[in-house]
Design a protein around this ligand. Structure first.
Ligand code: OAD
Length: 244
């Protein structure tokens, strides 16, 4: 891994406000398959459009639920890693901190991050497909799709599917954090999916110092002030050490 650039170290040390956007890369070290890797094993013959769209759910809600239950189990079996924990510690040290994530695995929340916007929802939420509100299902509910206890309509996973808008409140929080921060960290995301990929650009326009942490070049590499090539866990832990 490259060292922490001098300028980033000093800007972070002075920063009153830090915002972060994470993607699948931060959970890679926990062993969570990325969206594309999740199309393996039993699920290799399905395309994301067969499983993660409102149309797929209408067509075959049982199939979609089987896939999400499988993904829930994958995530239940893993733990937050040093990258998630470093962001919890960074939140403790910076007076104004906001974390936006595109991940639906809930690992930031499990690690202890508090000021958090889950832009693509959360794998473990159950939402009434008719009313769009969270519901509590009985633990032993095996019906697929589960039924809303209020209206009897089908229940869906509380994630954002292809073609759906992001949750408004979360997106507004993420935009406001990007527009008001001194340093913006972009961790483990390919930067291909809008509107999340626009957040670092807004941060830069508003005057933030924008840093990418990723072992690979991404669609956003050209637009950031500085790229650190390394694994999220290693780099974030080094950042904290640099802060002292
Ligand atoms: P991607 O799978 O597109 O990209 C993962 C990124 O993480 C890549 O740029 C990798 O180089 C990087 N990476 C891998 N291992 C890493 C590590 N240990 N440390 C740091 N970086 C690492 O995932 P996202 O950018 O999160 O949307 O994808 C964004 C959205 O596209 C997802 O939320 C999902 C998907 O389609 C929806 O489902 C709506």
């Amino acid at each position: 891994m490259e060292g922490i650039p001098e300028e980033l170290g000093s800007r972070l040390a002075k920063a009153e406000s830090v915002a972060v956007l994470t993607g699948a890369g931060i959970s890679a070290e926990s062993g969570v398959p990325t969206f594309r890797e999740a199309q393996t094993g039993l699920w290799a013959r399905w395309h994301p459009e067969d499983l993660a769209t409102p149309q797929a759910f209408q067509r075959n809600p049982r199939l979609v639920w089987d896939w999400y239950r499988w993904r829930r189990q994958l995530v239940r079996d893993v733990e937050p890693n040093s990258g998630h924990l470093a962001l919890v510690e960074l939140e403790r040290r910076v007076s104004d901190f906001h974390l936006s994530t595109q991940n639906v695995d809930g690992l930031h929340r499990r690690a202890g991050s508090r000021n958090l916007s889950e832009l693509h929802g959360n794998l473990f939420r159950d939402v009434c497909a008719y009313e769009g509100i969270d519901v509590d299902l009985p633990a032993a509910d095996d019906e697929l799709p589960p039924r809303c206890p209020r209206c009897g309509g089908p229940v869906r996973p509380g994630v954002v599917w292809f073609g759906e808008p992001l949750p408004r409140a979360e997106l507004l929080e993420a935009e406001s954090a990007a527009a008001g921060c001194d340093v913006y960290l972009l961790v483990g995301t390919s930067g291909l999916v809008q509107p999340a990929a626009g957040l670092p650009l807004s941060a830069r326009r508003a005057g933030a110092y924008v840093v990418e942490i990723n072992p690979e070049t991404t669609a956003l590499t050209e637009s950031v002030h500085c790229s650190i090539r390394g694994l999220a866990g290693d780099v974030l832990v080094s950042l904290l050490e640099r802060l002292g």
